[in-house]
Design a protein around this ligand. Structure first.
Ligand SMILES: Cc1ncc(COP(=O)(O)O)c(C=O)c1O
Length: 387
């Protein structure tokens, strides 16, 4: 029996008013920005309807709707992290947390380590707050991505203050192992760095891998870490804008609060209602969705191995993002235009992910198998014609 996600209708998407389907021309298959094409989980829709019907759309209390913080605390227990409700703080998105971390943990002109290639707002947060990025490129070691620890050590100067971690990593889909995180923790503590750990994709993990919250490794590290997470990627509700920030260091929290004052707000009530429903009643939807995504992840591996071996791909361990290495095609700066104009697929251009992104493109496979297959066939045809 086909899965409900197999029956998604491209024609209907083309008339949907959303960024994903309205950025590129109509003939292009858009597999770019990190939204899923899947229908919203029923418990989330019900919670939104209930909140809208409750005549309670006024200002929420500071700690949010009853159950909001508690549902996040309970959720983190599923990642083996036991924290106090008082250490959970509300944000209207994850990106504001990246900017706040850059402002709070380094001064103007001081340095921030970024593991590139990386989701572009990491670099924007550092550059736009006039901190200095130090790039430590992830490197490919056979069947996995890994941190280049030697290069990491060599980067450090007396002005280095903050390390930015993205786990699971966007765009490679790498899920850091305990061993890697422990080695990184040792580095962080030895050099007395601050850390901001963006764990937004941590519920999108494939069988055989496990998400470990960085701050859960040890209490000393927890004192130096700002953790960002939330339901928006895993439950496909990014338009609602909500994020959680875990800060267990009171001095750091008070700096973050001062910087946020008047600029960064908590999430709106609809987002809060959706988040509670996601964490408390969305697990069945999530498990089914991850299983479907796993099938897409394998479809890409099989297709590329059979038809396009020139395109290198390491199956992501988490996320619904495929980081595709087109460098063997030697298209240089023309890769994005080639994919867009010749193949008519809209992907995220690799160079926008900073050093290490050249020759790559990011494909979002959170859509029906038929759409993923169609996109791959279009790329295959375009490559054959180009030869
Ligand atoms: C790793 C990561 N962090 C943050 C965001 C954006 O989060 P928000 O829309 O809540 O600011 C994304 C969006 O794709 C992401 O992949």
């Amino acid at each position: 029996m086909p899965h409900a996600y197999d029956l998604l209708d491209v024609a209907a998407f083309k008339d949907k008013h959303c960024l994903k389907w309205h950025h590129y021309p109509r003939d292009v298959l858009p597999l770019w920005v990190a939204d899923m094409d899947f229908p919203t989980a029923e418990p989330i829709k019900e919670a939104l309807v209930e909140q809208a019907s409750s005549n309670n759309l006024g200002y929420p209390v500071w700690k949010g709707l009853p159950g909001l913080i508690e549902s996040a605390v309970e959720h983190l227990k599923s990642h083996n992290w036991h924290i106090e409700a008082a250490d959970v703080h509300l944000l209207n998105g994850i990106i504001p947390g990246l900017y706040l971390a850059s402002l709070a943990c380094a001064s103007e002109g001081e340095e921030v380590i970024i593991q590139s290639p990386i989701y572009p707002p990491f670099m924007m947060a550092v550059n736009e707050t006039r901190r200095v990025p130090l790039y430590n490129q992830l490197r490919r070691n056979n069947d996995r991505w890994e941190i280049d620890f030697e290069h990491l050590e060599s980067l450090l100067t007396p002005a280095t203050r903050l390390l930015m971690l993205c786990n699971p990593h966007n765009p490679t889909g790498h899920v850091y192992s305990r061993e890697e995180l422990e080695k990184l923790a040792e580095f962080v503590l030895r050099h007395r760095l601050w850390v901001v750990s963006d764990e937004l994709h941590s519920d999108l993990i494939y069988p055989g891998y496990k998400h470990i919250p960085f701050a859960s490794l040890n209490p000393e590290l927890a004192q130096r870490t700002i953790t960002l997470f939330g339901p928006t990627k895993s439950f496909n509700i990014a338009g609602l804008k909500i994020g959680f920030m875990i800060v267990q260091n009171h001095a750091l929290l008070s700096r973050l609060r001062k910087l946020a004052h008047g600029l960064v707000w908590g999430p709106n009530v609809m987002a809060q209602a959706a988040s509670i429903a996601a964490y408390r009643q969305g697990q069945e939807w999530l498990a089914d969705t991850v299983q479907y995504l796993d099938g897409n992840r394998k479809l890409i591996a099989d297709f590329l191995a059979d038809c396009l071996p020139q395109v290198r791909y390491l199956e992501p361990k988490g996320t619904y993002l495929a980081w595709l290495d087109f460098s063997a095609l030697e298209l240089g700066d023309n890769l994005h235009n080639f994919l867009l104009n010749k193949a008519q697929v809209g992907l995220n251009p690799g160079p926008s992910y900073g050093p290490g992104g050249e020759g790559f493109a990011r494909l979002n496979f959170a859509t029906s198998r038929a759409i993923v297959q169609e996109a791959l066939e279009r790329i295959h045809q375009a490559v054959k014609t180009e030869r």
